[in-house]
Design a protein around this ligand. Structure first.
Ligand code: NAD
Length: 484
């Protein structure tokens, strides 16, 4: 165990009070690196009370006052970027450069949050002589954020900075598999001057998530994770009359046309499916090869073979994840698909206990195979062959998910057709991981997202605030018809 034990963070204090404990395992080596408390209702109640008590003074600060904390915090992220990147790598298993890119993205997310005074100018209009209407955005109160394992640093920054600068107080429940980055986030927020009780952490699993959904003191819940749990959280939080946005899983389709630039396409498709060991909700999962694309597949094989576990490819999160991913590959092989590059059985010398899967390319996948429809969440791409673009679009549209889709071509007209017809929230043209940057918003369609609006960028402002509409009349002429 080379990390401090994980603690809850409630009312500005790190605390652990004899709750049952769960081991935190580094997937790089399979070794125990810490333990975390599996909290219960008592700890959640304490966090809600702290956040409720902190709300009146925090929400009454001006926006400009609140963002000062995030200017300092953003600089602390930058100052500590090496240490934070190492921590992401240790608990999640991705490579150092991927971990660093993740923390850099968190910095960008803070830059968006501190720009909020430039974005929120509210609205005012003289609607009738002497009568004015104004709309102001007000915070909602105590809000909760539930996060997954795959971006231990970045996904908490999708929600926490925006929710806080807009005047809410926050409780976060990080993934029990990667709780260390969020604990470090609390330390740095405290160093940046965030008042006690404004940001709280309650560690735990399913029980805490359910308690958050039911708790009367919590007004809104954001969730990022699998579709199975997103559905549970969205239904349960809505049932207890909270606003909720719940982002789920993905099965992203890349449509590759024969005229696509060969090297650029091969690089992009392989990087998209294998980056972060395929554990990105924006990862390429299905390549739909339209007509004659063998020359591009041949180049993809060359590129995939340059990716080596333990060197430029990290681990997957757990032993179960490795077994699940390898199980999908074996099932596809038994059903008649052809494994062009096989990542099963990968090991890394000196890290034999780690959970590694090499890049895998599966060809001649048919539409109904599980590798074509289910989220594998590993460095695996399934190639489905389509006769023409219409058939390729139909295959993409058939998916229950709808996070991202991309097209690779040099023909603008065909690219435009995919932009219009793909059933996904985020579209790429010659880009394998089309993540919208701030101030554009992140969010999918279909079973990749439940709720209104997106989770980042401008669209998130609506989620973290409520509008107050005020009509004023200071015109002393009482005969004036205010409708005139
Ligand atoms: P997960 O759904 O297993 O866990 C997410 C959170 O829910 C965790 O905090 C976990 O403790 C909690 N949880 C797990 N099971 C629960 C249950 N039965 N009831 C209540 N709470 C429960 O997801 P994960 O494995 O941590 O993350 C990977 C998934 O997240 C993938 O499906 C990936 O596509 C998705 N993801 C989606 C996006 C997006 O933007 N759409 C972003 C990142 C990850």
């Amino acid at each position: 165990m080379n990390q401090p034990e994980v603690k809850n963070y409630i009312n500005g204090e790190f605390c652990r009070n004899g709750q049952p404990s769960l081991d935190v395992i580094s997937p790089l080596t399979g070794e125990k690196i810490s333990t975390l408390p599996m909290s219960g209702m008592k700890e959640l109640d304490q966090a809600v009370t702290a956040a409720k008590n902190a709300f009146p003074s925090w929400s009454s600060l001006t926006l400009k006052e609140r963002i000062q904390v995030f200017f300092k915090y953003r600089n602390l992220l930058e100052k500590n970027i090496d240490e934070l990147s190492n921590l992401v790598q240790l608990e999640n298993g991705k490579t150092y450069s991927e971990s660093r890119a993740e923390v850099e993205k968190s910095i960008e997310l803070c830059e968006f949050a501190v720009s909020m005074p430039q974005i929120i100018t509210n609205e005012i209009q003289e609607v009738s002589r002497g009568v004015e209407c104004r709309i102001e955005r007000k915070p909602i109160g105590v809000v909760a954020c539930i996060t997954p394992f795959n971006f231990p640093n970045m996904v908490p920054h999708w929600t926490v900075p925006n929710a806080l600068v807009l005047g809410n107080t926050v409780i976060i429940k990080p993934s029990e598999m990667v709780p260390l980055s969020v604990m470090r986030m609390a330390e740095l927020l405290e160093e940046a001057g965030l008042p006690k009780g404004v940001f709280n952490i309650v560690n735990g699993g399913k029980e805490i998530v359910e308690a958050i959904c039911d708790h009367e003191g919590i007004e809104a819940v954001s969730f990022v994770g699998s579709t199975k749990v997103a559905k549970i959280v969205y239904k349960r939080a809505s049932n207890s009359l909270k606003r909720c946005v719940a982002l789920g899983g993905a099965k992203n389709h890349l449509l590759v046309l024969p005229d696509a630039h060969v090297q650029m396409t091969a690089n992009n498709v392989v990087a998209s499916m294998s980056g972060c060991a395929g554990q990105r909700c924006m990862a390429a999962a299905v390549m739909v090869g339209v007509d004659q694309v063998q020359h591009i597949i041949d180049q993809m094989i060359i590129e995939a073979k340059k990716i080596v576990p333990g060197e430029n490819l990290g681990s997957v999160i757990s032993k179960e994840a490795k077994e699940r991913i390898e199980g999908y590959i074996t099932e596809a092989e038994q059903q008649g698909a052809k494994i062009l590059v096989d990542g099963r059985g990968a090991t890394v010398s000196g890290k034999e206990g780690g959970y590694y899967v090499g890049p895998t390319i599966i060809d001649y996948v048919t539409k109904d195979m599980s590798v074509a429809t289910e989220e594998i969440f590993g460095p695996v791409i399934s190639i489905i062959r389509a006769k023409n673009l219409d058939e390729a679009i139909q295959i993409e549209n058939h998916s229950n998910y709808g996070n991202a889709a991309a097209v690779f071509t040099q023909n603008g007209g065909l690219a435009k057709r995919v932009m219009e017809k793909a059933s996904a929230g985020m579209i790429g043209v010659n880009i394998g991981v089309p993540v919208p940057r701030e101030p554009f918003s992140f969010g999918g369609w279909n079973e990749s997202k439940f709720g209104v609006g997106d989770i980042t960028g401008r669209s998130s402002i609506e989620f973290w605030t409520q509008n107050k509409k005020t009509t004023t009349k200071w015109n002393p002429e009482d005969k004036t018809n205010w409708m005139s």
